[in-house]
Design a protein around this ligand. Structure first.
Ligand code: SAM
Length: 290
């Protein structure tokens, strides 16, 4: 069953976007709660800070915007044009608010769901001068992202983001995918990861009903599950992110200069149902030696 799910992953995500179009994941509003660089830029130049709508029961949070923009602004200050590579971009919920917030930003973004990429391109703010959206499967060894991006006028990324994406990649492929993304960065560039942490509400839900137990859990070794629609989700422990992912990045030529990994707990509110949602995310930031 695991192999079948992994083989059909792109088709299952494509069906997900056929069903939900751009309605499932909420656009993240800007928050400057967590990152100093965003606080600085929000107060000095580009636009208002927005706020946390705090109403979502989808699998995402507003703070990812702050995380990415904060890192972008702090890592690309020495470069004329910040260039983000957003992998597993979905329908662009992070991308479009970010383009508004950071006027000089150029973005390469990809997803293996062609339907999601079509939706990104149909967006009224899609502008090929600033956005290069394309279909790409991170797990397939060929073509490499390196080859796909070579020669593109935006140039190499100064920041690579994986926002709720590595959890959809089979555990046996995660390190390889992460290392290949890290290798795309120029010295001084940053890799940014945010995803579901072990113990998040989305994981607890898998265990809340008898029928959601086996065979939803796909592995005896990892917190790796199959959702009802056939898509898969992994939940990350701090030890795994620091130990397995972090160690692999450090070992890859010892190019990691600094890293920051933390678990973030948040209470969301589902106003329709009048309930609180206890979310648990994990994020990591790794900077390539400059
Ligand atoms: C939970 S969604 C997150 C979407 C988006 N990052 C956001 O935060 O709105 C996971 C995304 O990863 C994409 N994805 C999963 N596996 C992938 C792969 N092997 N290659 C490229 N994209 C993938 C899915 O199509 C989906 O859009």
């Amino acid at each position: 069953m695991v192999r079948k799910c992994e083989k059909n992953a792109a088709a299952n995500w494509d069906r997900f976007y056929k069903r939900h179009e751009d309605r499932f994941f909420h656009n993240r509003n800007w928050t400057d709660r967590e990152f100093q660089a965003l606080k600085e830029v929000s107060s000095s130049s580009v636009g208002g800070g927005g706020g946390n709508s705090g109403t979502t029961d989808d699998l995402d949070t507003d703070e990812t915007q702050a995380l990415v923009s904060g890192s972008l602004l702090s890592t690309s200050s020495s470069q004329a044009t910040p260039v983000l590579l957003e992998v597993g971009c979905g329908v662009g919920n992070m991308l479009y608010p970010l383009l508004e917030k950071v006027p000089g930003l150029k973005v390469h973004c990809c997803d293996f769901s062609s339907r999601a990429v079509e939706i990104v391109k149909r967006h009224p703010s899609y502008d090929s001068e600033r956005v290069n959206a394309f279909v790409h499967d991170l797990v397939q060894p060929s073509p490499t992202l390196d080859a796909v991006l070579a020669g593109h006028p935006f140039g190499a990324p100064t920041l690579v983001s994986l926002i709720f994406v590595l959890s959809a990649i089979p555990p046996g492929e995660q390190v390889r995918v992460l290392l290949s993304l890290f290798s795309l960065l120029q010295p001084g560039g940053t890799l940014l990861f945010r995803d579901y942490a072990r113990g998040d509400l989305a994981q607890l839900r898998f265990h809340s009903k008898e029928k959601w137990a086996e065979p939803c859990l796909l592995s005896g070794e990892h917190d790796y599950y199959k959702r009802g629609d056939g898509t898969m989700s992994f939940f990350f422990s701090e030890e795994y992110v620091k130990g397995t992912l972090g160690a692999a990045l450090r070992e890859a030529g010892g190019e990691v200069e600094s890293e920051e990994v933390k678990v973030v707990e948040r209470i969301g509110v589902n106003r329709k149902r009048g309930i609180e949602l206890k979310r648990k995310f994990i994020q990591g930031v790794w900077r390539k030696k400059g």
